[in-house]
Structure formats: C-alpha cells, structure tokens
Design a protein around this ligand. Structure first.
Ligand code: GLP
Length: 638
C-alpha cells in the first residue's frame, strides 16, 4: 500500500514534478510557453520570457523551434531577457551566452532581434552599474517577466547568483565560484580560460517573474536539487530562495531527483511497499547509517529508523540481516567474465560460454581504464576475448600545448627525414594553430591530430592492462566529431557505426556507461547510441545471450544497493590500473566533469574511489579488500 503523494513529499518546499526523461519535462514547459504566447497574442500584448543558457534548456529550445517550424508557433510578439553573460566576452565569442542563444534559439524562430536582450559582457567597468540598472528598467518597461526558465549550477546558483547572493539582489557584476569555473572548463578548453566575472540578473529579479520553471537533468544535479527542494532557505544556496515564490515549480528527470528523500529514503516519509529492491536499499542504508556490519543490526536499529513495518512484514532483524548479507556477498567476484566449470547459481556472471567475447565501451579514451582497469585486466587474464571500443575520439579534451608539442616533433623529424609534402601538411596545421587564438574552434586537421594523440594514449594504456592493440576499436562517432560541448546531436550515422561493431563482435557481455547522465553529455549520448544500435540488432541471435553491465563513470561509483557485481583488486592490480591511467598524459590537467568532489588530481581520485568502495564492503561486514570496481546489471526496458 502506498501512501498519498503529499506524505512522500512532506519535506519538499517547492512543487517538484519528476519526469521519465528530459524530453517529457520539456514538453510540459513548452506547453506553458505556447499557452502564454497564444493568450498574449489574443490580447494583443507581448509575452515576456526570461531565458537561460547551459545544457539544460537546449532540449526545450529545440522543441520550441520545432513548434515554430511545424506548428506555426510565432515569436513575433515575444520579448526575451537572458539571465546572464560572461564579463569581458564579446557577443560573437563562441562561448558567449549571446552567441549561444543565437545558435540555439534566436536564429531559428521569428523573434525580432531588437526584442532579444542579453546583458552586455563588453560594457566598460565604470559603466557596469548603469548598464545593469538599464537592464532592470528594460524588464520593467516590457511589463515584467511572465515565464522565467532556469537551470541550476552545482553550487546552487541560478543565473550566476553564486553562494552569498541576497534574495533581493538585482542585476549586477559578480565573481564566479571555482566550482562553476571548473564546470565550464571544458567549454573553454581549460579552466584558466574561463572568465572570472559575469553579469547576472539578481535573485530578486528572478523572484519578480510571474512564473518560474527550474529544469534539471542527470545525477550531477541530484545533490544540489535535494538541498534546494528540502533544505532551509539560505544565501549559501541561492536557489533555495525560490521556495518563496508561489508560482515556481521544478521539472526534473529521475536522475536529478534521485537524492530527494521520497526517492532515496522513502520509508522515512511515508508507508511504502517493501519490494525486494527497496528492502535492499533500506537495509544497506541502515547498516551505513548506524555504522554496523549487516549481521550485527538489531530490531531497535530497524524500528528507530522508519523500518518497523518491514520487520513486521518480513520477520526478524536476524532473517533480514542474513538475507541481505548473502545478497551482498554474492555480488563479489574475481571473475567478471564468469568462472568456467564453477557453480554459477550465486555468481553475478554465468560460467558459460567460456571464453566470452567481452566488449568494453568507453565514451572517450580514459573512461575504460579509469573505471574498469582492474576488471579489464582480469577478463583478459582469464582468457576472455576482450575488445575495447572508444565511442568518441575525445579530441575536444586535448589542450593546444599537447598538439603543438606533437607538431614540433613532426616538423623536426620531417626536416630530417620525410618528404616535403608531409612537412607542408604539418606546417599548415601549425599555422592553423597559430591563427586559432585563445578561444577559436579547432580546424578539422587539428581535431584529427588531437584524436590521434588520444589514440596513442589509449593504446599505451591498454597495453598496461595486458591487451594487444588490435583489440581496440576507435569509432570516432560523428556526433562528437562534428559537434561541440552542449551542442551535440546524435543520429542515424552514429547508430549505424555502433551497430556494425556490435554485429562484428557479437559480444556475450557489454560494459557500458552514461545511463542517468545529463542527456547532452558525451557519456549520455554514447549510451543512447548504444541503446539505438542494440534496438537495431534486435533480430540477431547473439543479443539474446548478451549481458549488459553498467559502470558508473569517472569520479563516481554506484551506491551499495545498486551494485550487482563488485570486482576486488589486489594492491598490485590497483597500482597497475593507476599506471594505465597515467598513460593518458594529455588528460592530467583535466578535472572529472561529474561527481561532487572537488579534486585537483583526477588520477588520485580513481584510486580513492576504488578504495572507498572496498572500505564500504568491509564496514558492512564483508571481506576486506584493497579496492573494488563495481557494476550494475542492466536491461533495456529500464
Ligand atoms: C551556468 C549558467 C546557469 C546554468 C548553469 C547550469 O552557470 N549561468 O544559468 O543554469 O550554468 O549549466 P548546465 O545547464 O549546462 O548544467
């Protein structure tokens, strides 16, 4: 028996709707915007929209463009005000928010250019105050904002209202938080290139809008979402001030909702149905909460933590403890490809066929070794046919200094040995690099060279894990090669390339990642391409006998109750994996893009995460290992 929604949402201070995916949420918001535009049109008045940038609203904008092109929705009567702009960036800079809005929305609908407003990032320091005041006045002159669209930053910022912003703050110049700048590092090809200041509407400006929709997708937003919806109002998390707004609602996907109490700890807020999954989630949480091994939990631990009815339903603490201990114990295996000639009734992976064809999918080079270095090494040692497919080239993540070094090497070598033609080519690329400036886009030739650098690192890394380089496949999916961050669109050609690989390998097991990530991120799109390719292979025999194992992705790990396979690593296996990671030298200064931790060294974090998982297993009363890599079993009806 499930209790009413109101009971489960009792800790939430903002109406929050959870959608199966971002597209479904965007439809709802697009409906509200359409309704506003149409009713204002009928009254002969303009509709005033407050708009946001970032990955989050891109799908909403795509839907609005579709409605304009296919359903005749007109924006002729719409006035827009954007939240913010980087200070010091001209409007035609590839990373300016003005440019972003032109590319993602304005250029594709019939908005009048004079009706679109984005704060001017190039205003002189001494004129900033007046310019911000003028922005406020323009909003007022337009009649105020009818619907404000918001994303949220991981610091809890809305617009660029970083922690410390007051609820009555207005449009002004602000300093960006270091986490915000780190999150933008990929867009700017390095954190050092991210502007330090921005002009943003204030929290007060946002709160003055008549209706506010905040959107959020992916697990990267889950922690800040829970704090914003359930926590107290505080300047430390400016988005919490939205709790004051009667007309504010959040439209988020399941991943962004995953840390809300009604999803993470539903037994604390209502009477729930104790399915095997929730029972596992609850008991493993309980052991960690009271800091006891599973087999030492007692009735009081259950009753004092909202789980009294579970005891009544399923017997005593003793029975539950043993049951959950066994389930957890059976997730541990040193044989990720299955153990041949062994009883496999309680093993995560089946014993036959043996050896297996194991396919590791890595959205970019490095994800494979970072998350599964130990597992790959074991699969290979046990005689399985291991292949790694790098879905994208990862060339956008190679800093210019790396490619310049390679070019100089080639020129030197060319001058000594090779023909003039090769040398001319390399010199052309060098000239392109010189001409590119700090923020220019890479030419096709530069991207190709950067992709080759990452291939060489991937080969070197795979060798460390015991693989031959002919086991590696570089798919260079077109969505990535032809796109840039936050603007990727995957399509038929991506699916076809992925499908061809699957049909060639016909794997018995696939290790993949990207499920639950921000839908415009590289891992999420790579995962969607896999999903489409598997659907296209549905008629093939091999697919009926293929297990899919999900790894969580760099800088993160599954929670205890989500783990279906835990692969222990010995101290030397862990060190070997770290050596494998070291081969990705161009990535040493890149910080992981997901996860909440602030770290300076990606490589050390891999070690820390694997050790932390092993410590967790130890703490809940299982064997004590040095480190562990974890996987979750996946089926595509999810
Ligand atoms: C930037 C923008 C915000 C946006 C946030 C989240 O900092 N100034 O308006 O909400 O990033 O970005 P994303 O949607 O890409 O996650």
């Amino acid at each position: 028996m499930t209790h009413p929604e109101s009971e489960l949402t009792q800790l939430e201070h903002i109406p929050t709707r959870i959608f199966g995916n971002a597209d479904a949420a965007c439809m709802t918001v697009a409906d509200a915007i359409t309704h506003l535009i149409e009713s204002r049109n009928a009254d002969g008045k303009p509709a005033v929209l407050g708009l946001a940038t970032g990955s989050t609203p891109v799908r909403l904008y795509r839907e609005l463009i579709r409605r304009h092109k296919e359903d005749g929705l007109s924006f002729a009567n719409v006035i827009t005000f954007n939240l913010d702009e980087y200070f010091g960036l001209p409007g035609d800079h590839p990373e300016s928010y003005r440019k972003f809005m032109q590319d993602q929305l304005f250029d594709h609908v019939d908005l009048k250019p004079e009706n679109t407003h984005v704060p001017d990032g190039m205003v002189h320091r001494e004129d900033v105050f007046a310019s911000c005041q003028a922005y406020e006045e323009a909003i007022e002159a337009a009649g105020g904002i009818d619907i404000q669209i918001l994303g949220i930053g991981r610091t809890g910022h809305i617009g660029f209202n970083e922690p410390g912003s007051a609820p009555d703050s207005l449009t002004r110049l602000v300093t960006l938080d270091s986490l915000t700048r780190r999150d933008a590092a990929r867009d700017f090809l390095g954190e050092e290139n991210v502007p330090r200041h921005a002009i943003t509407m204030g929290v007060g400006t946002i709160l003055a809008a008549r209706q506010v929709f905040l959107l959020a997708w992916g697990e990267g937003k889950a922690t800040i979402m829970a704090k914003t919806v359930e926590g107290p109002q505080t300047e430390a998390i400016p988005a919490t001030f939205l709790q004051r707004h009667e007309g504010c609602s959040f439209c988020i996907d399941e991943s962004a909702a995953s840390q809300l109490t009604r999803i993470r700890l539903p037994w604390l807020v209502g009477r729930i149905e104790w399915t095997p999954e929730v029972t596992r989630q609850a008991v493993l949480w309980l052991a960690q909460k009271v800091d006891k091994p599973l087999l030492r939990l007692v009735d009081e631990d259950y009753t004092e933590n909202g789980m009294a009815d579970l005891l009544v339903e399923q017997g005593s603490a003793y029975d539950l403890n043993i049951h959950l201990f066994n389930i957890t114990q059976h997730t541990i295996t040193g044989w990720p490809g299955g153990k041949p000639n062994a009883d496999d009734s309680n093993r995560p992976e089946r014993a036959t066929p043996y050896p297996k064809r194991s396919l590791i999918l890595s959205p970019e080079p490095l994800d494979d070794v970072y998350c599964l270095g130990g597992t790959i090494n074991r699969l290979k040692k046990h005689g399985n046919e291991v292949s790694i497919a790098y879905q994208t080239s990862g060339n956008l993540a190679v800093p210019d200094v790396e490619v310049r070094r390679a070019i100089e090497l080639m020129i030197e070598l060319g001058e000594e040995r090779s023909g003039q033609e090769d040398l001319d080519y390399v010199k052309t690329v060098e000239a392109q690099l010189d001409a590119k400036g700090d923020f220019g886009a890479d030419s096709t030739e530069i991207r190709q060279l950067k992709g080759l650098i990452r291939r060489s690192e991937a080969r070197s890394s795979a060798r460390t894990l015991g693989l031959e380089t002919d086991a590696l496949h570089f798919l260079d999916l077109p969505f990535y090669e032809e796109g840039r961050y936050r603007r990727f669109v995957a399509g038929e050609r991506d699916t076809a390339r992925m499908r061809e690989l699957l049909e060639t390998i016909r794997p018995h097991q696939i290790f993949a990642t990207g499920y639950g990530n921000d839908p415009l991120s590289v891992p999420a799109l790579s995962f969607e391409v896999l999903r489409a390719a598997l659907a296209a292979c549905a008629g093939s025999d091999w697919i009926k006998d293929c297990n899919i194992w999900l790894y969580k992705g760099p800088a993160q790990e599954w929670e205890a109750h989500e783990i279906d396979m835990a692969v222990p690593l010995s101290p030397s296996e862990l060190e070997n994996k770290i050596q494998g990671i070291y081969q990705h030298q161009t990535q040493r200064s890149q910080s992981p893009i997901s996860g909440d931790k602030r770290v300076n060294n990606t490589w050390d974090l891999a070690r820390e995460i694997n050790r932390t998982t092993a410590e967790l297993y130890d703490a809940i009363g299982l064997a004590e290992y040095e480190a562990m890599e974890c996987l979750k079993k996946f089926t595509f009806d999810q």
